[in-house]
Design a binder for this molecule. Structure first.
Ligand SMILES: C[S@@+](CC[C@H](N)C(=O)[O-])C[C@H]1O[C@@H](n2cnc3c(N)ncnc32)[C@H](O)[C@@H]1O
Length: 212
């Protein structure tokens, strides 16, 4: 991301553990064949998601916005024995690719890729979520947050991606419907007394939220 110092980003990548080979394969494939590959979490953010998963040791994980399965596989790294990750992808083509990579990585028994609109699918997935990653259409961030919140266990975590929205939320007058939606989400989180949060300036901004 240009608006975060390029040298600092490169330095961060250099001093973070190397990307796992199977994740690099997903990244390379996505960069080559997907029309919008910049959406993929990538090396440093992926490593951070893995670390969070190892720290939380979740039993149930929900991801909203799968793309090619990169972040799903990162978030599944620390799953407890018998634990499961559900991920939801609107586009059939992406969901198929994600399923192939999940299978190739040996995670098909632990990750389910659902195809369809997350707005409809979330309510069918009942679980005490330990960890939720919101990374789909920006205009629904607050809706996703409220839809998962009752099912998030006390002390559980939500991560929301792109909360700096390419730096557009830093403008005095935030323009564009997606940037405005992210700004509204950030305000919503700031005013929510049920949680505590930290906005990390990692990649495109990552909001880490803990349910009190
Ligand atoms: C930013 S990408 C996800 C990137 C992925 N989490 C990663 O880090 O590698 C967002 C994905 O959300 C999907 N998406 C958009 N709207 C959606 C919706 N309403 N329901 C489910 N998925 C949606 C898009 O098709 C896209 O693949």
């Amino acid at each position: 991301m240009e608006w975060i110092n390029e040298n600092a980003n490169a330095y961060s990548a250099r001093y973070s553990s190397a990307e796992d080979a199977f994740l690099k394969e997903i990244s390379d494939f996505t960069m080559r064949y997907h029309p919008d590959p910049g959406m993929l979490s990538g090396h440093v953010q992926g490593k951070f998601l893995q670390m969070i998963s190892y720290m939380v040791r979740p039993h149930n994980v929900l991801e909203i916005g799968t793309l090619s399965g990169y972040s799903a596989l990162c978030l599944a790294a620390g799953l407890q024995t018998g634990g499961h990750l559900h991920t939801i992808e609107l586009r059939e083509k992406d969901a198929l690719i994600a399923r192939e990579f999940v299978e190739k990585a040996g995670f098909s028994g632990r990750i389910t890729v659902h195809t369809g609109n997350a707005v409809d699918i979330i309510e069918k997935l009942k679980a005490p979520w330990d960890l939720v990653f919101i990374d789909a259409d920006k205009i629904n961030y607050v809706n996703y947050y409220e839809a998962v919140f009752p099912e998030l266990r006390q002390g559980g975590f939500i991560l929301a991606d792109n909360v700096l929205f390419h730096g557009q939320v830093l403008e005095e007058n935030v323009k564009g419907k997606n940037a405005k939606a992210i700004q509204a989400f950030n305000e919503y989180i700031k005013n929510d007394k049920r949680i505590e949060s930290v906005l990390l300036t990692l990649r495109d901004g990552l909001m880490l939220i803990r349910k009190k």
